[in-house]
Design a protein around this ligand. Sequence first.
Ligand SMILES: C[S@@+](CC[C@H](N)C(=O)[O-])C[C@H]1O[C@@H](n2cnc3c(N)ncnc32)[C@H](O)[C@@H]1O
Length: 225
Amino acid sequence: MILRKGGKREFSSDTEKENRRRSAIFWEERNLYFSDIWFDIKGSRQDLNDKELRKRSAAFPFELAYRLINMYSVKNDTVLDPFLGTGTTLAAAMTAARNSIGCEIEKGFLGPVLEIKNNILRLARETTETRLKSHLSFIAERTAAGKPVGYKNLPYGFPVITRQEKEIIINELKEVTQPTQQSLHALYSDDPQPAFRQGADFSPLPKPVPKKKTKGRTDIQLELF
Ligand SMILES: C[S@@+](CC[C@H](N)C(=O)[O-])C[C@H]1O[C@@H](n2cnc3c(N)ncnc32)[C@H](O)[C@@H]1O
């Protein structure tokens, strides 16, 4: 990786260039992510049993970290969170197939951070499936409106708008282990998820039914922490 002072990051080798293309985001995601204000991200509950930890945690929403990581890094990069808290950044980095390192002054957070390994497979699967379903839904609506879809994504075979999206693959997190007391190790699939490969259903997603307010947790961002 080469970084010019104040300049754009350069991807020099063929491997780096390929990794960048595989790490791209969908055109419609780009339009949303690089807009001035994000209205679609919900807050996150400070879901910790320990009252003292809860006072300090100030956890931010998973989607916030996940989105920023996808915008400003590529797969296999290392994301550093110097104020880790409950480990939202770590969970988001793991979901996005990035490495991550966190520092946390409060030892009591180690338990909640390591808890990530128990929930992350489901959170990661739901996150990546939501992205893929949203893309298929976007394409279905665009096609129905008679607007052009310029290219085909090669791993999945579904339409995309720009050339930059042709090689996107959202690697599925397959396994998380804990090799040492303070680290987790993640394994990913290099194959596209079969349910989203060519021939998958491109029909629009049903409109979401407004949820009734319950005492239970309703947001997947809250599942981890
Ligand atoms: C706002 S919280 C981080 C929340 C985190 N992003 C999350 O979603 O859970 C800030 C964290 O930084 C930690 N912290 C404060 N000063 C620190 C320091 N000097 N070194 C390491 N961690 C520190 C606090 O204990 C606290 O957990």
